[in-house]
Design a protein around this ligand. Structure first.
Ligand code: PMP
Length: 428
């Protein structure tokens, strides 16, 4: 396949945009080669500038659960657009989206709409600090909650891929307020609380991790977090930016029946437009300006196009049983890839929850950030390139979640499994 135009565009972009991209992982540094410039996308496919088609497992990093360019979502955006694109004043549709979110996730008694997951994470932290009058946070190695200063410590995703878990520019004094524990390590969390329990404002966690690749919580782990935070009067924040409306309509918390104090949402809730949200207990949310003293604001917050896309996307997810379908497609893919690993005697493991999955090379299990150094990233790089040559577009890093959408067909999954089988044969 020719990728000449993508190559030219990347060279041009690099002159004007740092690294040629507006978000680091898009530059493919972890896998090598030039990123494809996307021209358009529809259903389960993306098409690059050279006209090549790929089956897409990036899904814009999570939002596109209905598939690309879903006609109903496009119509909703068009309809909203005819009335203007931004007002900086409240609109009726914002109430509808707030109500929909709160009905889907009962722990969210009040919600505020923002434009990115980073803003959501950053503000939940500010709220927790204000509510408790404490300043320390506890996060987990390999979990990513956006790039605000306090949370850019031992973060996953792009930060992990590039081996810069702590970014220059984050003051030491601020980073020192962030404690880091290992995911799935209840004893580690308990010992943080034993040492600094009355200083910890909040524990923030991806209840199923997506940002070191998919890592599910061990039985009892999330329950233990709820118990420890409650006992020490700290808040529990679930970052469901990926998992909200992805693993189930109401996110991990409704499936596991655990009510966090605050929740971050993003990605699916904005239907592919820039929208995220955070919400939770009324008494905490009531601290937000203009009701309370904790400041947070946004020129484009609650943008009418994004709100319309979010409302329609969530409405589509209430039709039929989309999560059963996603589970069945996910199971088909997992079984096929596991069989291919075994057939070619390639060491690796597939972690999957519903439609989010990661194939980790070089390990038999991936349970927490302590397993990260054992993952064979070189093998992933080779696999990624071979899959790409076969028309399969995976996330360009060994530590990311791949996403299946409702637009993927059984045939799409079959051809992905065949491509994986082929690609793995060269790795054995
Ligand atoms: N939290 C999680 C769990 C995420 O996966 C991400 C982004 N991948 C964020 C927060 C930050 O969201 P955004 O990129 O919209 O700022």
């Amino acid at each position: 396949m020719s990728t000449e135009l993508s190559g030219k565009l990347f060279a041009e972009a690099r002159k004007l945009i740092p690294g040629g991209v507006n978000s680091p992982v898009r530059a493919w540094k972890a896998v090598g080669g030039n990123p494809r410039f996307v021209q358009r996308a529809r259903g389960s496919q993306v098409f690059d500038a050279d006209g090549n088609a790929y089956l897409d497992y990036v899904g814009s990093w999570g939002p596109m659960i209905l598939g690309h360019a879903h006609p109903k979502v496009l119509s909703a955006i068009h309809a909203a657009m005819r009335d203007g694109t931004s007002f900086g004043a409240p609109t009726a549709r914002e109430i509808e989206l707030a109500r929909t979110i709160s009905q889907a996730i009962p722990s969210i008694e009040m919600v505020r709409l923002v434009s990115s997951g980073t803003e959501a994470g950053m503000t939940t932290i500010r709220l927790a600090r204000a509510f408790t009058g404490r300043s320390k946070l506890l996060k987990f190695n390999g979990c990513y909650h956006g790039h605000s200063d306090s949370l850019l410590v031992k973060a996953g995703s792009g930060a992990l891929t590039f081996g810069v878990p702590d970014s220059p520019g984050v003051p030491d004094a601020l980073a020192a307020q962030t404690l880091v524990a290992e995911f799935n390590d209840v004893d580690g969390v308990a010992s943080c609380f034993a040492k600094a329990g009355d200083e910890i404002a909040a524990v923030i966690v991806e209840p199923i991790v997506g940002n070191m690749g998919v890592v599910p919580p061990a039985p009892g782990f999330l329950e233990a977090l709820r118990d420890l935070t409650r006992r020490h009067h700290a808040l529990l924040i679930f970052d469901e930016v990926i998992t909200g409306f992805r693993v189930a309509y109401g996110g991990v918390q409704t499936v596991r029946d655990i009510a966090p104090d605050l929740t971050c949402l993003g990605k699916i809730v904005g239907g592919g437009l820039p929208l995220a949200a955070f919400g939770g207990r009324r008494e905490v949310m009531e601290l937000l300006a203009p009701l309370g003293p904790v400041y947070q604001a946004g020129t484009l917050s609650g943008n009418p196009l994004a709100v319309a896309a979010g409302i329609e996307t969530l409405a589509q997810l209430r039709h039929g049983d989309p999560y059963a379908r996603l589970e069945s497609l996910g199971a088909q893919l997992e079984a096929g890839v596991r069989a291919a690993l075994a057939r070619h005697r390639v060491r690796g493991v597939v972690n999957r929850v519903g439609s989010m999955w990661t194939l980790f090379f070089g390990v038999d299990a991936m349970r927490s950030g302590t397993d990260i150094p054992n993952v064979d990233t070189a093998a992933f790089g080779k696999f990624f390139q071979r899959m790409l040559d076969r028309g399969i577009y995976l996330p360009p890093s060994a530590f990311e979640a791949a996403f299946i959408s409702l637009a993927h067909s059984e045939d799409d999954i079959d051809s992905t499994v065949r491509a994986a089988d082929d690609s793995l044969s060269a790795l054995s």
